[in-house]
Design a protein around this ligand. Structure first.
Ligand code: ARG
Length: 466
């Protein structure tokens, strides 16, 4: 078989090295984007007078025919071709003859592959965002069902202060909403048309690149042909968004591995997502959560690996850039899979409100005891010291604030009045927090309303984008 560049060489390429350089086994996924790009290109070169209208019509019809065929039978996207671009051109020429050989007039695969991957991301990123929104909806459901149940919040993985269980869920929602926005940034990075850049110097036909951009739905046109042929920043931004989303999923997974474990048990995993042990009959393992945590390393690797691939490249296209596609496809598939699995796990969790409340009580109310004294005029540093001394005693005696008699309270400070008993509870502690981002029940309810309004806007259950 002859390749797009066979004329230059006397013999056949080494079969193993040719196979090594092929991207068709993975870039066939870009078939629809490649054909879309070519349909826009043929219209542009015809408008520029570079090919005859009759040839343009034949090419357009041929490309549309190929598109219909591959949609009908995706397995037909196959053959010995070097890449998806070579496949489309060969198939086109087989279909319409000589006119097909005019499609590549004024164009290079260097810009073509960039257009294809940009078009691909522009249609796939909304699906990743939808998967994020579905997980957010599951977490909002948990937040709503938790009502006013408190749980401990941790710092250094030591019990710190009581918070609403809903507040815990909305913390993870906040991170995922940032991810959703970062994917908008990735969309924006992909939104620039490289066509018209030629191999590196630009195209010698008066191509109306703005018209192509309009035709293909790009908001911008590349500013410089050399940069356009080697720019894969949009790939980096996408991989960064995937890696950061995976970092957030991994941290959520870790929280849930801990909180569903026997020692914590604030939540119970649904049997449907748990796994057992082949040896220990009692085990109920959180495998999906561990897998999400594990796969985050892989996606971070795709991002770090891609940056390493790019950093040493001279200007212009280099074959190293072909590595972009497997990184994008793997990071995308892994991220979407993990978002979907996490959504199912979260939706199926059962809150053990009594247990969460039990552990939201005790010495982690110390900050509230200190603030009680501050409200009565004791300087904070002084009250911190008094309460620190109380904690030391209570720990030594194996007791909690709730067990203190009025006389014992007063012995620590005359400022402690009988009303201290009602002031030092998990419910009073969460209500005492006042800022909009705090765990105050009214603030949490407002935050949940905000999430509900956001979900309505992004429509997680709407039609999945193509
Ligand atoms: N398969 C190539 C890639 O993925 C397409 C561009 C080839 N360009 C070239 N000059 N060999 O990057």
């Amino acid at each position: 078989m002859s390749n797009l560049w066979s004329g230059r060489f006397a013999g056949e390429p080494d079969p193993d090295v040719f196979e090594f350089g092929r991207s068709f086994p993975f870039d066939r996924r870009l078939i629809e984007d490649d054909i879309r790009g070519s349909l826009a290109w043929v219209a542009a070169i015809a408008a520029a007078g570079a090919i005859a209208p009759s040839d343009a019509a034949a090419i357009t019809e041929g490309l549309q025919g190929i598109l219909a065929d591959v949609r009908r039978d995706p397995s037909s996207v196959d053959g010995p071709d070097e890449d998806v671009h070579a496949f489309v051109e060969r198939t086109l020429v087989e279909r319409i003859g000589e006119a097909g050989k005019r499609l590549h007039t004024g164009r290079s695969r260097n810009e073509q592959v960039s257009v294809d991957l940009r078009l691909y991301l522009k249609r796939r990123i909304p699906a990743v965002q939808q998967a994020i929104a579905r997980l957010v909806a599951a977490m909002a459901g948990q937040a709503e069902r938790a009502g006013d149940a408190p749980m401990p919040a941790y710092t250094h993985l030591r019990r710190a202060q009581p918070v609403l269980v809903a507040h815990f869920w909305l913390a993870h929602v906040a991170a995922l909403r940032r991810d959703h926005r970062l994917f908008d940034v990735a969309l924006e990075a992909a939104d620039s048309l490289p066509l018209g850049s030629g191999a590196v110097a630009g195209t010698s036909y008066p191509i109306d690149v703005l018209a192509i951009a309009r035709d293909l739905g790009f908001g911008h046109v590349a500013a410089n042909s050399i940069d356009a042929s080697s720019d894969r920043d949009f790939v980096s931004v996408f991989l960064h968004a995937c890696a950061l989303a995976m970092v957030h999923l991994s941290r959520l997974a870790e929280d849930l591995v801990i909180f569903t474990g026997e020692e914590f048990r604030f939540f119970e995993l649904s049997d449907e997502v748990a796994t057992g042990s082949s040896l220990m009959p009692q085990k109920k393992n959180p495998d999906p959560l561990e897998l999400v945590r594990g796969k985050s390393g892989r996606v971070i690797g795709r991002h770090a690996g891609w940056l390493a691939t790019m950093k040493g490249l001279p200007s212009g296209y280099n074959k190293d850039l072909q590595e972009d596609k497997e990184a994008v496809f793997d990071a995308e598939a892994t991220t979407v899979q993990c978002l979907a699995a996490m959504k199912t796990v979260v939706a199926g969790l059962t809150l053990d409100a009594a247990r969460a409340r039990r552990w939201a009580s005790g010495l982690l109310l110390a900050t509230d005891v200190a603030e009680y004294l501050v409200a009565r005029g004791v300087p904070f540093r002084k009250s911190h010291e008094i309460v620190g001394g109380m904690v030391r005693r209570l720990v030594a005696d194996g007791r909690e604030f709730a067990s203190l008699s009025a006389a014992e309270w007063a012995a620590f400070s005359p400022e402690f009045q009988p009303d201290v008993v009602e002031a030092i509870t998990p419910a009073a502690a969460v209500s005492a927090r006042r800022t909009p981002q705090s765990t105050n029940p009214a603030a949490v309810a407002a935050a949940l309303d905000g999430v509900r309004a956001w979900l309505e806007r992004v429509d997680p259950d709407g039609r999945t984008p193509a």
